[in-house]
Design a protein around this ligand. Structure first.
Ligand code: C2O
Ligand code: CU
Ligand code: CU
Length: 490
């Protein structure tokens, strides 16, 4: 790369370092935050981390990542620039954690895209290792998909083009470097990318400060605040839950409806969300966008990389009281995710219409030109698909553009595999021959496949030709090497 580019990266790095100090991560800490052991100690949910830092729950406010502003715009395109860099931030109150962040914060800045309007993101790599950036859930030309070996070397950059031709939904961008995705994401390389459109806006769902995106992750910390990442090949489990980068935060709300776009951004941990007062939540969307109609649910299961778009109606909670978002799959320090404090009363002007969207056509089995079968298992210390570990040079599948396929995903191991397929959205046909449950609702790009189970999904390769991957989104499984290439043919 040119000297000019290097200089400008160096300048940006310095500028962003000075900014990181005042970023969304530098949370004002309340005086009581360091006192006492909270959350019932460690060991929840099969924790393996060696962390020793401790958190008192609900001491810090939920951080909201800043919305990234374009550096320029023209008739068709919004242009953005992001620098991936190290930064020291306060996650556990009173300590400092060295993170890898997009613009030095984690989660990274949120990109808000308009359906049909192109986005170009220039990603500078000011990190010490090569990286590649994937927009998860995006219908993207292959050259911009962030293929695991499409590396951006340190002190270099790449321009990614996103057409935003898909339905409005919640996507996220994260690192995808071959064999390094798990540690890179663990260190902080993840952020929201939201596609919106007029149809969604016309619904009058809760919006403004009543529309909040948050990512749930688990981390373990050493006493000095540094991440205690072990690289466990089964999948990393942390003992501390962080939401938008803050440990078990609280959010002050009014007694009205709120829309939450929830992402499980954990390497391996699953969650079963529930509200501590027993109240139901209303799910309005999944990975691929809005559901046809709202669905009232008591619990929401979330595998790694699942997105759940939900409404919580706080009019059922008296002002002055709180409700905790629980994780029924956790225990001890992983049983409580965050707390909503209902602090004021307000008139609710939002709606949750009975019809949310009409643009998803259920795909028919008879539309499929082929059924492909994939097994997910362990072989000779590797996680493998159809018996083979990932090889960036091997292309296993060649779907044809414009055709519909059924993929039959069978788990022959004793761990769950959240299978993720790039490029398009899918619908789940059945699970072990039975109608799929709520955790498979809507259009999806991730489907949990439980031990000794088979999930059949159907999807249409409708947008782009070229090379993509599919893999387990338990990130240590992906790195060791439960992933394969597919190439969409013209
Ligand atoms: Cu979110 Cu291929 O990944
Ligand atoms: Cu993806
Ligand atoms: Cu897996």
């Amino acid at each position: 790369m040119s000297k000019e580019n290097k200089d400008s990266i160096e300048k940006r790095r310095k500028f962003l370092k000075s900014m990181a100090a005042g970023s969304a991560m530098a949370i004002p800490v309340s005086a009581g935050a360091m006192g006492g052991m909270g959350g019932g100690g460690f060991g929840g949910g099969g924790s393996t981390g060696g962390g020793t830092a401790s958190v008192t729950p609900f001491q810090v406010p939920l951080p909201i990542p800043p919305v990234l502003q374009p550096v320029s715009q023209d008739a068709t395109t919004d242009y953005y620039e992001i620098t991936q860099m190290e930064a020291d931030v306060e996650i556990i109150p009173g300590t400092t954690t060295r993170i890898w962040g997009y613009n030095g914060i984690t989660p990274g800045p949120t990109i808000v895209a308009q359906r049909g309007r192109e986005v170009k993101v220039r990603q500078y790599n000011a990190l010490p290792e090569h990286i590649t950036t994937h927009l998860h859930g995006g219908h993207i030309e292959a050259a911009s998909d962030g293929h695991p070996v499409d590396f951006v070397e340190p002190n270099n950059f790449k321009d990614y083009t996103y057409s935003n031709i898909q339905r409005a939904t919640t996507l996220w961008y994260h690192d995808h470097a071959e064999y390094l995705t798990a540690p890179h994401v663990y260190k902080g390389l993840a952020g929201f990318y939201i596609i919106t459109d007029d149809a969604e806006k016309s619904l009058n769902l809760p919006s403004g400060d009543k529309e909040v995106a948050f990512v749930i992750q688990d981390r373990s910390f050493n006493a000095d605040g540094s991440f205690a990442y072990t690289g466990n090949r089964s999948g990393e489990l942390g003992d501390t839950l962080i939401v938008n980068g803050a440990p078990q935060p609280y959010l002050e709300v009014s007694n009205t409806k709120y829309r939450f776009r929830i992402l499980n951004g954990s390497n391996r941990r699953e969650y079963i969300l529930a509200l501590s007062n027993g109240q139901q939540m209303t799910q309005i969307g999944t990975d691929g966008g809005l559901l046809p109609s709202p669905v009232n649910v008591d619990t929401i299961f979330m595998s790694p990389a699942y997105r759940s778009d939900i409404i919580i109606d706080f009019s059922q909670v008296p002002v002055g009281q709180s409700v905790v978002l629980q994780n029924l799959d956790g225990s001890g320090s992983t049983a409580e995710i965050m707390r909503f404090d209902v602090v004021r009363s307000e008139t609710d002007t939002s709606d949750v219409p009975a019809v949310l969207s009409t643009d998803v056509v259920p795909l028919q089995e008879s539309d499929a030109v082929v059924t492909r079968r994939f097994t997910f298992s362990m072989s000779r210390g590797n996680w493998v698909i159809n018996g083979q570990p990932y090889d960036s040079q091997r292309i296993d599948v060649n779907p044809k553009l414009g055709t519909t396929e059924i993929w039959e995903l069978t788990n022959r191991s004793m761990m769950n595999h959240p299978v993720h397929i790039h490029d398009i959205m899918w619908q789940v046909l059945d699970v072990n021959g039975q109608p799929p449950g709520e955790e498979y609702m809507g259009e999806r790009d991730v489907f949990v496949v439980r031990p000794m189970s088979t999930v059949r999904v159907i999807g249409r390769f409708d947008d782009y030709t070229g090379l993509y991957v599919f893999h387990c989104h338990n990130l240590e499984h992906e790195d060791f090497a439960m992933m394969a290439n597919f190439e969409v043919q013209p």
